[in-house]
Design a binder for this molecule. Sequence first.
Ligand code: SF4
Ligand code: SF4
Length: 407
Amino acid sequence: MQAKAPSPDYFSNCTHCGFCLAVCPTYKLSGDENNSPRGRLRIWSEETAGRLARDEWTDFYTDECVGCLACETACPAQVPYGELFERTRHEHVASGRSHPPLALRLAAAAVARPAWFNLAMLPARFLRKLGLPLHRFLFQGRPALLQTTASYAQKLMLRHRPTGPRVAFLTGCLMEAAFREINFATVRVLIENNVRVVIPAEQTCCGAFQEHTGIDGAAALQQQNRSAFLSLDVDAVLSNSSGCGYALGRSLAHASPGRPVVPVRDVLSFLGALGPVRRERPESGARLYVDLPCHLVHGQKAPGIPENVLDATGYQWELAPNARDCCGSGGVYNIQKPENARAILAGKSAFLNEAEGEPVILGTSNHVCMMQWHSAGAAGLVRKAFETKHIIQLLDPGEGFAVRNKA
Ligand code: SF4
Ligand code: SF4
């Protein structure tokens, strides 16, 4: 697909107030105005108007952006920074100004074919199951090797026959291929809370990977997901990954006019409205520190993770310091810009070295943020032992639960 360069007036509603500078991780790291939202918008605007030459210097500042969208939340003029950034990044890749490495291009092709990707990631699931994660991003967990979330959900639905709200569940590409124990836990929590779970077989990757890298292919994936989800008679489509939920929500919202819009909800927000079953835990010194993914609070614009959901984990919890700030993950930013990502994470994770609690649990709701947080220990930024968990795992009843409030 040939990317279209934005028209000059596309950037015009930035009033240059500078409110976004204080929240921008790359501006905070560098102190460089060009490395801020306002600076990038100015560069793109000047380039588009033909007043600034397109060169490596301007490309550098586009590539530096994490894509955390904190500037959108801070902006009083409602500049659609994320959309502008995505469009610019795609135009840079399509026109050859930016060259994603071969590994990322291969990964983009792989995630678009879930069956192949699941097969290709079998060794990663195997090593995680053995407790041998060989990479700093692979946090602890015991995923099923062969059983898919769809077949597991079907089995549990037949066994428990919940009667409450009906939802479709996005299982995701990397989540299903490498971290599917989180999907299994999500299915158990939903069914325990009397939610009927449907997993459409035709679903595919949400396209966030392509959007993060600027590589072609997101549109076809989005269209496939519209076909998979929009024909279903469900109360909501749920995602347990805030980045995937944000991407899917935007693609379903762009359905053909006249077609009903199915709301895409984060699973924890959905459970918050239901009031989930609480896990009872013996008194312990465990402490849960909660981090809020950027694509939850700045992308989906959710207020956070509901307090009744965090209370239901049964743990003594508190928000991590600067919980709304980026951890440096940025989808694949920690692969493309490892030094920046590490510097951002170093600042954000330093508190864990002094954190109270035994064990210390860092809980969040996006698997790529979990990978980034886990790397803080594996890369030596945090010396104190801590576990990285998805909040849904802390609500997990395990096997052998009963459905509550069943009609
Ligand atoms: S998306 Fe994040 S890193 Fe990029 S300009 Fe906005 S605040 Fe800065
Ligand atoms: S906060 Fe919004 S209007 Fe103000 S400088 Fe940043 S992008 Fe422009």
